[in-house]
Design a binder for this molecule. Structure first.
Ligand SMILES: Nc1nc2c(c(=O)[nH]1)N[C@H]1C(S)=C(S)[C@@H](COP(=O)(O)O)O[C@H]1N2
Ligand SMILES: [Mo]
Length: 221
């Protein structure tokens, strides 16, 4: 054969793609400047702290509050507030990104890291998903890996003071790497499941995961 070579043919598209790689075509340039990347796409910064809820603020005192952890776990948990705060205490500082486009930097949270909760309740092998249940009837779902993020916690304090009722006190979840609707306020119970179970907003047009860096705002994004 005259043309017996192992080189694949170089098409016009291949040449174009090589040129794009040299020129860095389509890159916004933001990835190379991480200091400009703190605000996810489509978000704006706010200094105050808006309140978002379903229109009611459950009044649960620390005395009445209980945490119920059940489902696919080896050790179900039922703690009162004193038992909850007797667990290892974590202090994390993180940014809030709400899907309605406001973000708020440097929130100082204190509470129980979700990783320490997982150590205590020991999810069974089949546990892959978590559903948070709140006192206002709100629910939201998370993959177990997202719930277990290293900066995620069940927070009882913010800026060194007890978490205000309007922001989910006595205890709320905080999962900083996802849109804030995943961070359930007025936490009542945590359910571990084998199957994913979409929550309140997730069945009303919002994304199942909600990663602000990928702008996963709505179902189908
Ligand atoms: N229980 C409960 N948790 C909730 C909500 C809610 O309505 N009920 N709203 C979610 C939404 S949409 C957002 S943006 C944040 C708002 O928290 P904030 O009011 O402390 O800013 O809480 C999330 N967690
Ligand atoms: Mo929200």
């Amino acid at each position: 054969m005259a043309d017996d070579t192992d080189e694949p043919p170089v098409s016009k598209l291949t040449r174009s793609k090589q040129r794009w790689a040299r020129e860095g075509r389509f890159l916004t340039g933001k990835a190379s400047r991480p200091e400009e990347q703190r605000l996810p796409p489509g978000q704006h910064l706010t200094r105050d702290w808006p309140t978002l809820d379903l229109g009611l603020t459950p009044q649960i005192s620390r005395e009445r509050w209980r945490l119920d952890v059940y489902g696919a776990v080896e050790h179900p948990i039922f703690w009162d507030f004193a038992q909850f705060t007797a667990q290892p205490q974590a202090k994390f500082t993180s940014d809030i990104h709400c899907v309605t486009t406001w973000s708020r930097y440097d929130n100082q949270w204190e509470g129980l890291a979700t990783r320490d909760l997982l150590m205590a309740c020991q999810p069974r092998d089949e546990a892959r998903h978590v559903v948070l249940h709140s006192h206002d009837g709100y629910t939201t779902n998370l993959a177990l890996e997202d719930f277990a993020a290293e900066d995620a916690l069940l927070a009882h304090s913010w800026s060194g003071a007890p978490l205000e009722q309007e922001h989910g006190g006595p205890v709320r979840l905080v999962v900083p790497h996802l849109y804030f609707w995943k961070s359930a306020k007025w936490l009542q119970s945590i359910e571990f499941l084998a199957e994913d179970t979409p929550g309140y907003w997730e069945v009303r047009g919002y994304h199942n995961r909600g990663d602000p860096w990928q702008e996963q705002r709505y179902s189908g994004d």
